[in-house]
Design a protein around this ligand. Structure first.
Ligand SMILES: [Zn+2]
Length: 422
């Protein structure tokens, strides 16, 4: 068995004299155990510069093995003679565990035959010491890897114009993938498994046929909610985004142009790291109140059918329209306020979940249902954005913001503090 990894050799003598013990750079290598006649086992590593390999005797020559991070593909083998540390990284954890176990056995003089762990002394072939492929671009169906697998160390993967109807489940095993660009295909849905990708920073699914983003993809505990920084959903068939979309709290860039989105998620303003937002050519009539909390560098909402004539209701209208909240509403307000988990169809009736999902958040932070004051206010978008693209051909900058207030008190408070945007 030969394992592919990165190796750096550190000379402990040099290090003890205050010198740097290694070159500071790991080399791509292949590492294996081989036996010479006389039952002497050697640990050998070959690099592109040294395909013959450097050999270290194993029997009674291992001072220590540092294997705390073996599950991350890392370990260090401290040899007695020569006085070096072999630092291994980027190895397959399972293979690394096997070879470390065999090194321990060989050090103790146990026999390794029958474990299919020993290799021949033959020098490494070029393919064994090549850097693993980290980028792959597939631009036609015939180049798509059907029989072969995707390289395990892939970091960037582009698949265009391959008529993909869904995302290949093999992609979800690519632990190092940080850029996935599958634009210009025929993808209809995004699978939940996507949310388990731990390294994904950029996802481009533009120019597909996606009509819905499942809420399961935006659960706060999903690994990709922590890593995703750039999301391109442009040119799809979306009509809305899930209400928990704000859980992508590291999102820096969001592209939604050329969809049929009628409404942005109410808590979109919780995306504190969002700097670039584009949602031109959609069907947005007004923006959620939280939108006013964003701090953007660029904003493009060109060509949306924003409502023009909006006004603040008068005090009289406000106080007359507010009823006394029902017991159901009061309970709902408490459940939402204290973030009591309810989204479980096994234990909570469907209609109740639907009801609780319909809550709106007042500027004060409280939630409300039927008993609320709803109003639209024209908001100057240049207040939250450095480079604003006009909303229409006249260069309009004001867009209507949809807001609710939970009580007359809130109405009076926010009106007097000028938080109601005019
Ligand atoms: Zn309120």
């Amino acid at each position: 068995m030969r394992i592919k990894c990165q190796i750096e050799i550190l000379n402990r003598c040099a290090a003890s004299q205050g010198l740097r013990g290694g070159c500071g750079k790991s080399a791509q290598a292949t590492l294996f155990l081989a036996r010479k006649p006389g039952d002497i086992v050697f640990l050998i590593f070959c690099t592109a510069k040294d395909k013959q390999g450097t050999k270290y005797r194993v029997n009674k020559n291992i001072q220590q093995i540092f294997g705390k991070f073996v599950c991350d593909g890392k370990a260090t083998i401290r040899l007695k003679e020569p006085v070096v540390d072999m630092c291994i990284s980027k190895a397959d954890p399972v293979e690394l565990k096997r070879i470390l176990k065999a090194i321990k056995s060989a050090h103790l003089g146990e026999t390794l035959s029958g474990q299919s762990i020993l290799s021949s002394m033959a020098p490494a072939k070029t393919k064994h010491v090549e850097k693993p492929k980290t980028k792959l671009v597939v631009t036609s169906r015939k180049d798509y890897p059907v029989t072969s697998s995707f390289p395990l160390m892939l970091e960037r993967l582009h698949i265009h114009d391959c008529n993909l109807a869904r995302l290949d489940s093999r992609l979800f095993n690519l632990k190092h993938l940080y850029l996935l660009d599958v634009s210009s295909n025929k993808i209809k849905t995004l699978p939940t498994a996507l949310s388990q990708m731990e390294s994904l920073c950029e996802l481009n699914v533009a120019k597909n046929e996606i009509s819905e983003i499942p809420a399961e993809l935006c659960q706060p505990q999903a690994p990709w909610c922590k890593t995703l920084k750039s999301l391109n959903l442009g040119n799809n068939k979306l009509t809305c985004l899930p209400r928990n979309f704000h859980n992508f709290f590291n999102l820096w860039q969001l592209q939604l142009c050329n969809n049929s989105i009628t409404k942005l998620p109410e808590q979109l303003g919780k995306l504190h790291n969002l700097r670039r937002l584009a949602a031109s050519n959609n069907s947005i009539k007004y923006l959620p109140l939280s939108f006013t909390k964003l701090h953007l560098e660029t904003l493009d909402l060109f060509m949306n059918p924003f409502v023009n004539d909006t006004q603040l209701p008068s005090n009289d209208v406000v106080c007359c329209s507010l009823k006394i909240p029902s017991l159901r509403e009061l309970s709902g307000r408490i459940i939402r306020k204290h973030q009591i988990f309810y989204d479980n169809y096994e234990y909570v009736p469907y209609l109740l979940i639907q009801y609780l999902n319909c809550s709106r958040q007042c500027q004060c932070g409280n939630f409300c249902f039927e008993t609320r004051i709803r109003f639209l206010m024209q908001f100057d978008l240049s207040r939250i954005c450095q480079n604003l693209i006009g909303l229409d051909h006249t260069g309009r900058k004001h867009a209507p913001v949809d807001a609710v207030l939970c009580s007359c008190n809130c109405y009076r408070r926010y009106q007097s503090h000028g938080i109601i945007m005019q």
